[in-house]
Ligand binder design. Structure first.
Ligand code: LHQ
Length: 257
């Protein structure tokens, strides 16, 4: 089961199978989905931090679940049951999701991290598209997310070879937001989440949706989407507060509505 730590205005969700580098089992995946659903349902929750217990972030699917020499199972079902809903959940959540990658992120673990909105990685962390090494294809949206983030040349190289990408290279390539010192990772994630917890949440959710739509839209379609989103943002109490605060030269007191 994942650990859920409710903070003031945000939640920290920690993958918690440190002996196995937090590899996903059905129960851990289910518990992660439940924690994200709770964050979504809680009007006081205005950001999510996802991280891992121990020295790793997540080593992907738990490979111990398949007996050596045992019968093949339908991995499409596993993907449809656990991984695709998880990635869709992270992307559709109308809250910023910060991933604090505390150590190695491999296989589905790498692609779950990279599906988050803001990825901070400890300098010692590595991202490994491990799938090729066991005869699988990258999943959890990786062929889409990573290709959009770093382009085909780099995406193909790391996915066809399984070569690890360290946090600083990931930052230089634009695959993540920032590499940070290991001992500063969690404080930076908390600081960022606390700021989001006091931000204009509806506007941030709309911004996330717009950016995610940009890749598939032409400029005309994107301009229309921005107009509609701005119309919605313009009716929020937080917009009224933001303008008043600016004119009154004081910090805004956003409520997330
Ligand atoms: C693990 C795992 C693991 C179990 C480390 N499972 N125990 C989706 C749908 C359906 C099916 C299949 O897959 C998918 C998507 C995927 O995610 S496929 C990709 C699965 N992941 C991998 O192939 C990565 C496997 N792990 C590794 O290559 C290494 O463990 C890395 C490079 C991540 C870390 O290496 P080290 O730092 O040297 O650690 P380690 O290998 O010694 O691991 C520590 C422990 O964790 C060890 O257990 P033990 O009991 O021997 O101490 C590992 O067996 C266990 N572990 N990954 N995926």
């Amino acid at each position: 089961k994942v650990l859920v730590d409710q903070r003031d205005g945000y939640v920290v969700i920690t993958l918690n199978r440190p002996d196995k580098l937090n590899a996903f089992t059905p129960s851990q995946s289910t518990s992660l989905m439940e924690a994200l659903d709770e964050a979504d349902d809680d009007p006081d929750c205005r950001a999510v931090v996802l991280t891992g217990a121990g020295r790793g972030f997540c080593a992907g699917q738990d490979l111990g679940e398949r007996e050596p020499g045992g019968e093949a199972i339908d991995l499409g079902n596993t993907i449809e049951t656990f991984y695709n809903p998880l990635i869709r959940r992270i992307r559709s959540l109308q809250l910023p999701v910060i991933c604090a990658v505390n150590g190695v992120a491999a296989g589905a673990g790498a692609n779950v991290a990279l599906a988050c909105d803001i990825v901070l990685a400890a300098r010692s962390a590595r991202f490994i598209q491990a799938f090729a090494k066991i005869g699988l294809v990258p999943d959890s949206g990786g062929t889409w997310t990573v290709t959009h983030l770093i382009g085909e040349a780099r995406a193909k190289a790391i996915m066809l070879t399984g070569a690890p990408v360290d946090a600083e290279t990931a930052e230089q390539w634009g695959m993540i937001w920032k590499a940070v010192d290991d001992d500063g990772l969690m404080s930076e994630a908390h600081e960022m989440a606390s700021k989001f917890a006091k931000a204009a949440t509806v506007g941030l959710g709309l911004t996330k949706t717009l950016i995610q739509a940009a890749g598939a839209n032409d400029l005309d379609k994107q301009l229309d989407m921005e107009r509609d989103a701005q119309r919605d943002a313009g009716y929020t109490p937080d917009y009224a507060e933001g303008v008043s605060a600016f004119l009154e030269k004081r910090p805004p007191a956003f409520t997330g509505r």
